[in-house]
Design a protein around this ligand. Structure first.
Ligand code: NAD
Ligand code: DAU
Length: 342
C-alpha cells in the first residue's frame, strides 16, 4: 500500500488522518478526494501541504460521481481507498435526510464498485458506533452485535456497512470497517457539541444542552481514532469490523462541566433546551478486538476535552469565519425557536 485515496480528507477526522499518515509513513502518497461541502475546508490541510508538498494531492470531486472517482483512481495509481466522505451531523439528518442517503449510501456503493473495477483495491470504510443504536443497561457494543440504527444519519451509515460487507462476501473485495465513538479535537466543524459549546462559551453565549443532559457518549481524541484506523488498515482481518473508542462513557453534563472549567467560564451558561428527536441515550463500545491488535488510546476523556478546548482557544482564525458564514443560518434554524426547559 503506497498511494491511498482518502475521501472526505478535507473534513475533521479525514484531515487529522492525512496528517497522521504522512508524518508516520514517509513513502506513502495521499490523494484527498473531497467535494468540499460546508464541512470540508482546504485550510484544514494547509499546514500538511506546506510540510509534505507533492506527497499530498487534492482532487475536488463527489463520491457519487462514478466517472470522476474512476479517473482519480487511474490518474494517481491508487492502491487503497479509505472512505471518510459522508454527511455526518445527526441534527442535519433529522432536518433533511436526502444528502445522507446520497453520499453515505449511494456514494459508498460507487466507491466499492470503483475499487472492484480497478482490480479489487484494498478498501476501508469509516463507520460509527451509532449503527448499534442506543445501548441499554451496562452492555458495551460488540462488533458481532446486530445493527439497530435510529436516526437517518445512523441508518445511512449502517446501510453503507451492509454494502461493504456484501462486496466482501460477493466479490471478495479486501475490506475492513472501523466504527468510531464521538471524536473531538482540532478542525471539527462547530456544529458538533464540543466545538459548539467551546465557541459559544468564548462568545459568552448559552450552551444549549438537549433535554436533561444525561445522555452518555464516549468522547475520544481524534488522534486516538486515527491511530486505530491505521492499525485496522494494516493489521485488520479482511471482512471484519473493529470498534474504536476509549471503551468508557460519560454524560454530556460531565463533559460540559470539564469544558467550562477548562475555559474558566461559569456553569450559569448551561441552558437546557428541548431534546433532539429520537435522541439516542447511550453509546458505548467494547474495544477489546482492536486492543488485541496492539492498539490503545492515549487520551482520557478529560485530557481529550482539555486538549480540544486549548486548540479552539488558540485557533480563533479557523472557527470565527465559519461561525460568521453558512453556520449562522443553520444555528438560527436549529436553535432559534427551540424551547428552553431549564
Ligand atoms: P466532516 O463532516 O467533518 O467531514 C466530512 C467530509 O466529507 C467533508 O470534507 C466533506 O466535504 C466530505 N464530503 C461530504 N460529502 C461528500 C461527497 N459526496 N463526496 C466527497 N466528499 C464529501 O465529518 P467527520 O466528523 O470528519 O467524519 C468523517 C467520517 O467519520 C464520516 O464517515 C463519519 O460518519 C465518521 N465518524 C465520525 C465521527 C465523529 O465523531 N465525528 C465518529 C465516528 C465516525
Ligand atoms: O458517535 C459517533 C457520532 O458522533 C458520529 O458518527 C457523528 O458523525 C457525530 O456527529 C457524533 O454524533 P452525536 O450526535 O453523538 O454528536 P453531537 O456532537 O451532535 O452530539 C453529542 C451529544 O451532545 C449528543 O448526546 C447530543 C448532545 N448535544 C448536541 C448538540 C449539537 C446537545 O446536548 N446540544 C447540542 O447543541
Amino acid at each position: 500500500m503506497q498511494n491511498i485515496l482518502v475521501t472526505g480528507g478535507a473534513g475533521f477526522i479525514g484531515c487529522n488522518f492525512v496528517r497522521y499518515m504522512l508524518d508516520k509513513y514517509p513513502d506513502y502518497t495521499i490523494v484527498v478526494y473531497d467535494k468540499l461541502t460546508y464541512a470540508g475546508r482546504l485550510e484544514n490541510l494547509q499546514d500538511v501541504q506546506a510540510q509534505h508538498g507533492s506527497r499530498l494531492r487534492f482532487v475536488q470531486g463527489d463520491i457519487c460521481d462514478a466517472a470522476a472517482v474512476d479517473d482519480a483512481i487511474g490518474a494517481h495509481d491508487i492502491d487503497a481507498i479509505v472512505n471518510f466522505a459522508a454527511e455526518t451531523h445527526v441534527d442535519r439528518s433529522i432536518m433533511s435526510p436526502d444528502a445522507f442517503i446520497q453520499t453515505d449510501v449511494y456514494g459508498t456503493y460507487v466507491l466499492l464498485e470503483a475499487a472492484r473495477k480497478a482490480g479489487n483495491l484494498r478498501y476501508h470504510q469509516i463507520s460509527t458506533d451509532e449503527v448499534y443504536g442506543h445501548i441499554h443497561g451496562d452492555h458495551r457494543s460488540l462488533e458481532s452485535d446486530s445493527m439497530a440504527p435510529r436516526s437517518p444519519y445512523a441508518a445511512s451509515k449502517a446501510s453503507g456497512d451492509h454494502m461493504v460487507n456484501a462486496y466482501y462476501i460477493t466479490y471478495g473485495l479486501p475490506v475492513t470497517i472501523s466504527r468510531g465513538a464521538n471524536n473531538i479535537g482540532p478542525f471539527q466543524y462547530p456544529e458538533k457539541v464540543v466545538p459548539l459549546f467551546v465557541t459559544n462559551a468564548l462568545n459568552n453565549m448559552a450552551l444549549p444542552v438537549y433535554g436533561d443532559g444525561k445522555q452518555m457518549r464516549d468522547y475520544q481524541y481524534v488522534i486516538d481514532h486515527c491511530s486505530g484506523i491505521d492499525v485496522v488498515l494494516h493489521e485488520g482481518v479482511m471482512g471484519e469490523s473493529y470498534n474504536i473508542g476509549t471503551g468508557k462513557e460519560m454524560t454530556n453534563l460531565e463533559m460540559v462541566e470539564i469544558l467550562l472549567d477548562a475555559l474558566g467560564k461559569p456553569r450559569s451558561l448551561i441552558q437546557h433546551v428541548e431534546d433532539r428527536q429520537g435522541h439516542d441515550r447511550r453509546y458505548c463500545m467494547n474495544v477489546n478486538k482492536l486492543m488485541a491488535l496492539g492498539w490503545e488510546p492515549e487520551y482520557t476523556h478529560e485530557e481529550a476535552i482539555r486538549a480540544t478546548v486549548r486548540w479552539y482557544v488558540d485557533n480563533q482564525w479557523w472557527w470565527e469565519p465559519i461561525r460568521n458564514g453558512e453556520f449562522k443560518e443553520y444555528y438560527q434554524r436549529l436553535y432559534g425557536n427551540r424551547k428552553v426547559i431549564g
